[in-house]
Design a protein around this ligand. Structure first.
Ligand code: IMP
Ligand code: MG
Length: 172
């Protein structure tokens, strides 16, 4: 039996998303426009809430990667959906749901660099810092969490639970 225990409430998420959007708006107030690159699928709800709170001009694009099998990360990151926009010379912010080992983000960053953006920053809702295998710079972090498997607010377990308005720990 899968069991859910609320870890981060809807109100806590909303407050944090607003704070992150304020930081981003402040940091990019002098820029032309920014491009938010959402790593699908997990970050789609975070992106939707975040972009509506950001006060600077922006564009949105999507990339999709795959590396997780069940509840475990693997090193074999693959791009399964590529960018549509030309990001050359642009200020990019990668929007992630969660950074675990870091393999996914490290791969995406290296991949995006090949397209010569002006800058790349990372905004993640959750950071499982204790599981990190590769060092990556994270510029905006929502919550640091322990080594728990979490679902909700976009995050899934075998494609389920993405629709929850809160983040819960899943145990089996
Ligand atoms: P990494 O490559 O190990 O950093 O894994 C990053 C990806 O694994 C994230 O973008 C998520 O899609 C997925 N992931 C990592 N931890 C969790 C979790 O606790 N719940 C759901 N998905 C997770
Ligand atoms: Mg993800």
């Amino acid at each position: 039996m899968e069991k859910l225990k609320v870890l981060i409430t809807k109100a806590q998420i909303q407050k944090k998303v607003k704070e992150l959007a304020e930081s981003l708006s402040r940091d990019y107030s002098k820029n032309d426009y920014i491009i938010l690159i959402c790593n699908l699928k997990g970050a789609f709800i975070f992106l939707a809430d975040l972009c509506r709170k950001i006060k600077v001009p922006l564009c949105i694009d999507f990339i999709a990667t795959s590396s997780y099998e069940g509840t475990e990360s693997t090193e074999n990151v693959r791009i399964i959906k590529d960018l549509k926009m030309n990001i050359m010379g642009k200020d990019i912010i990668i929007v992630e749901d969660i950074v675990d080992t870091g393999y996914t983000l490290a791969y995406i960053i290296e991949y995006l660099k090949l397209h010569h953006p002006k800058s790349i920053k990372v905004c993640t809702l959750l950071d499982k810092k204790c599981k990190r295998k590769v060092e990556i710079p994270i510029d905006y972090t929502g919550f640091i969490i322990d080594n728990r498997f979490v679902v909700g607010y976009g995050l899934d377990y075998n494609e389920r639970y993405r629709e929850l308005e809160y983040i819960a720990e899943l145990s089996r």
